[in-house]
Ligand binder design. Structure first.
Ligand code: WQD
Length: 338
């Protein structure tokens, strides 16, 4: 079976391509290389022995999307990662985010609705919950109004998919990620943040390697045990495996509704200081950091209730925080020592 992975050379996309190939799927990856590198194809091949099909396509180009699908009628399922995802950038440049994240989704769905049946996995985010009232967060937690245009594109995306499902043969699963971290244990693929990393773990590994002088911890006056904010950090390989399981659920027509939603996290919250302590343990070196003011727009706490993914999907995150941090550190050392 041929599966389309949009954003297939990106961080989560590339790890999902590996897991799809491991399950025997034929993969065609499309990516506009705006936040990824063509070298990722070789990294995937070094892991699985198979180089996925690849086309450099920008999903904002409606005619390119149309011609791609007319040339690839045999696609059985789509996993849609391609999107801009930097929260801060989305505040500075909202139209870039609405054009890229919404138009691309619409053009994809317009092609899928032409098929007798279609199976669609959507990359969503826990950001749709904003600061949830109750921890751990379940899938029916209230969707708060988005804190950023990025988060809003995920909320709008989910609504578009839900509306479309009512009048088409597109079956979808929305996967709400918590905080993806780490890299493939082979260190052949991993996160490649452009410029100064926005996210905590790549900033930690770059600081540890000496690329960044020190880590700024954004706030230690939160109402949490150690004062720093809490998140649910999930190994990217665990996340990738969940995508394959979700796709197989649709392909095997096991879905109970046309749109199903799952939180993908570990179910455990870790504070920034706990992540730093865990990293110092796995890297066996002290991390240079300072406490600074809170970052605008950050929430205090978010970690997943994973009961639904565990029982309905039959998926559970396997890796510990330390294992994920070990893989991130191994990857950082690998790409810097090239
Ligand atoms: C984690 C914690 C920061 C950097 C975002 C998006 C979310 C998803 C994951 C795409 C927070 C603290 C961070 C630093 C710090 N992205 N931190 N110093 O903000 O939880 O989620 O990325 O889907 O949608 O919102 O992740 O890694 O930026 O921050 O203290 O240099 O680390 O304040 O508490 P976040 P993050």
């Amino acid at each position: 079976m041929k599966i389309l992975v949009t954003g297939g050379l990106g961080f989560i996309g590339s790890h999902t391509v590996v897991e799809l190939q491991n399950e025997g799927f034929e993969v065609i990856a499309i990516d506009n290389l705006s936040n990824s590198s063509i070298d990722v194809l070789d990294g995937i091949e070094r892991i699985t022995g198979k180089k996925p099909l690849f086309e450099n396509i920008d999903l904002r180009d409606k005619s390119a999307v149309q011609s791609f699908f007319s040339k690839n009628q045999d696609i059985s399922g789509v996993i849609h990662f391609a999107a801009s995802k930097a929260v801060g950038e989305s505040v500075e440049n909202p139209l870039l985010y609405y054009e890229n994240n919404i138009n691309s989704l619409v053009y994809l769905l317009q092609e899928l609705q032409k098929k007798p049946e279609a199976h669609f996995i959507f990359s969503s985010s826990c950001t749709v919950y904003g600061q949830a009232e109750k921890m751990p967060i379940t899938e029916n937690a209230h969707i708060q109004s988005a804190m950023s245009p990025y988060g809003n594109t995920k909320q709008i995306g989910e609504e578009i998919i839900t509306d479309v499902a009512k009048v088409t043969n597109i079956n979808s699963i929305l996967l709400r990620y918590f905080n993806p971290i780490g890299a493939h244990p082979s260190a052949e693929i991993g996160e490649l943040p452009l410029g100064v990393p926005q996210n905590l773990v790549p900033f930690i590994t770059q600081t540890a390697f000496g690329i960044r002088e020190k880590l700024s911890v954004f706030g230690s006056d939160y109402p949490t045990p150690d004062g720093t904010a809490i998140r649910d950090y999930i190994h990217v390989v665990d996340l990738a495996k969940a995508h394959v399981i979700a796709l197989q659920r649709l392909l095997n027509k096991q879905n109970l509704e046309k749109v199903e939603t799952f939180n993908l996290g570990t179910g455990t919250g870790s504070s920034v200081l706990e992540v730093i302590t865990a990293f110092e343990k796995v890297s066996n070196q002290k991390l240079n950091y300072q406490i600074v003011d809170r970052r605008e727009g950050d929430i205090v706490e978010a970690f997943a209730n994973t009961d639904k993914a565990n029982t309905v999907l039959g998926w559970k995150a396997q890796s510990t925080l330390e294992e994920a941090l070990t893989s991130a550190w191994k990857w950082e050392q690998k790409i810097r020592n090239k």
